[in-house]
Ligand binder design. Structure first.
Ligand code: FEO
Length: 164
């Protein structure tokens, strides 16, 4: 495997682990706020991110390319309102999409077809991840400062998370 592609995938593994950390930090914040539904949703997101990291890890190994794990940056400890958290999650997903796209472009430039095929799964996944985060931002915008609406949303998210 081309060195620049390998290095870009290793960087992406780190980003996926960071995303898991970020979502887990958000989950902890929601737990503190007694919003168990949102917390459960973020914990599921964190698990998905670990799955993304492991998918790339497995891919590098399959290609006989070295996995080089890097330091995972600490996520923020404090967060704002549920709406601002959902906005941050959406922004984060948009950044991940950009980085997947840039690795795809690099693999294309290097003629690495296998990596392009592997990344297609991620391209599709990012469409779904952004869509989910956008939906959450919209609903939280509608709830506004209404605490009762927020609690209803929290319960709704809880039932969706447990339904998988
Ligand atoms: Fe691994 Fe949420 O993108």
């Amino acid at each position: 495997m081309n060195d620049s592609v390998r290095s870009a995938i290793n960087d992406q593994i780190n980003r996926e682990f960071y995303a898991a950390y970020l979502y887990l930090a958000m989950a902890a914040h929601f737990d503190e706020e007694a919003l168990a539904g949102f917390s459960g949703w973020m914990k599921l997101q964190a698990q998905e991110e670990l799955g993304h990291a492991m998918r790339l890890y497995g891919y590098l190994l399959e290609r006989g390319a070295r996995v080089e794990l890097q330091t995972i940056e600490a996520p923020p400890v404090k967060f704002g309102s549920p709406l601002s958290i959902a906005e941050q999650a959406l922004e984060h997903e948009r950044q991940v999409t950009k980085s997947i796209n840039s690795i795809y472009a690099l693999a294309n430039k290097e003629g690495d077809y296998a990596t392009q095929v592997q990344l297609q799964w991620f391209v599709t996944e990012q469409v779904e991840e952004e869509h989910t985060a956008e939906g959450m931002v919209e609903r939280l915008r509608m709830a506004g400062d209404n605490r009762a609406a927020l609690l209803i949303l929290d319960r709704e998210v809880a039932s969706r998370s447990s339904a998988g």
